[in-house]
Design a binder for this molecule. Sequence first.
Ligand SMILES: Cc1cc2nc3c(=O)[nH]c(=O)nc-3n(C[C@H](O)[C@H](O)[C@H](O)COP(=O)(O)OP(=O)(O)OC[C@H]3O[C@@H](n4cnc5c(N)ncnc54)[C@H](O)[C@@H]3O)c2cc1C
Length: 446
Amino acid sequence: MLKRREFLQAGAALFCAAALPARATGATQAGAGHVVVIGGGVGGATAAKYLKLANPALRVTLIEANRTYIRPYGSSEVLTGHVGMDDLNVSYDALRSRYGIEFLFDRVVGFDPARRRVRTAGKRDIAYDKLIVSPGISLQYQAIPGYSEAAAASRAPSGWIPGPQTALLARQLQAMRPGGRFVIVAPPSPYRCPPGPYERAALVTEWLARHNPTAKVIIVDPKDSFVTDAGMQLGWHRLYGYNIPADYLKDMPADVVNSGRPAPIEWLRAKDGGTPRGIDSAALRVATDAGWIKADVLNVIPPMRAGKLAFDMGLTDAGGWCPVERRTFESTAHEHVFVIGDASIADAMPKSGFSANTQAKVTAQAVVNQLAGREPGEPIWENTCYALAGSDYGLFVADVFRLKDGKIAQISGQRYLPLDASKTRIRLAARYQQAWLKTFTEDCFA
Ligand SMILES: Cc1cc2nc3c(=O)[nH]c(=O)nc-3n(C[C@H](O)[C@H](O)[C@H](O)COP(=O)(O)OP(=O)(O)OC[C@H]3O[C@@H](n4cnc5c(N)ncnc54)[C@H](O)[C@@H]3O)c2cc1C
């Protein structure tokens, strides 16, 4: 692994000292130029596609480390066998053949912002006029004492970036002893996919009810709330007999009454002692303020930061995320460089695929406008997070965002599926989630 200084030098050493033209690639025609996109995940793929849609004459190069994208959204369904690992694979073929995007499957390892160039592990030097970076997240395994990347790869997987750890976790769940405990360690905010850990807990609980009915799911959490928490707990209550804490119970529909009996799903919040203090991955247990929690399967979702590339490129702040000028998502660290998706600081917008997709569209248009000498325009972003409390029990939260006092703010207030929604609406929300997954993937990658 290159250190940041080495990373920058590795890039800079190769570049000649000649003065740069106004456009680094020498393009002179108004609106023309070369836009390089790094990261072919949700944000990067959408940006590349929408750049070409906005201006087909633009040269767009997408640099991505892997030939196939493994989508994180929907990846918890691998644990319960609803989908296989292969179903997470997304091809770049359609993007390549339909829009004339140039692809380079390589890892970016060097960056010279003064010369507007990036360098890859395969020793390609690429000049850009504008650079869009969507590197995703890095998992801070070491942020929880006793936990490590090695422990995640072997004993206590995370699977929050999908891949071998997801497959390992699925095997562990399916092999768990009768009556075993599946413990999920939820992350502190901000993190990728705010309802995600709780949806995962729900899907595992549903699967266990059929395959291991005396088993239990425990969520150990450093937080006291999460987006969609009321709706999710109502779903857990109706489907699995979860006992809703008193502070949520008062807002629930009148027919909701806790049985008081032990339920197969438990949420240990910070205020109940849930903050994880350490992991003993050999013994599969978590130290919390409420004592040790022993697991049979231990799924740790550690704290997160921007993807490593963002650190290497000097795009991050002290908090580990990338500050941007909110109107366009141009980095406040480097001119002509835009950071979108989970890695960016986007205020009220959650770190979701939906957000990354809508940020990509707004930024692509802003870049096209900049190259043509036009003003960026007034941005509007949106997000809908769908989540499942069970495979037939859906919920969602939807928002629209605009600039307010230089920050990104919700303009309409969050819209949830109401707690008194009918069974039909709840079932429909689960169908919408499935339909969204398909159309969303097409919007980003086809
Ligand atoms: C279990 C789970 C469920 C989720 N469910 C939902 C959901 O229902 N709805 C929703 O909206 N979101 C959901 N998400 C979140 C969503 O997947 C992410 O928010 C989204 O993928 C972020 O997009 P991104 O472009 O920022 O990063 P990513 O999609 O992670 O893409 C980053 C890309 O950058 C590439 N890259 C990194 N470094 C380099 C380098 N040096 N050189 C070249 N390439 C590089 C990587 O290979 C990767 O392809 C879920 C996530 C999880 C984990």
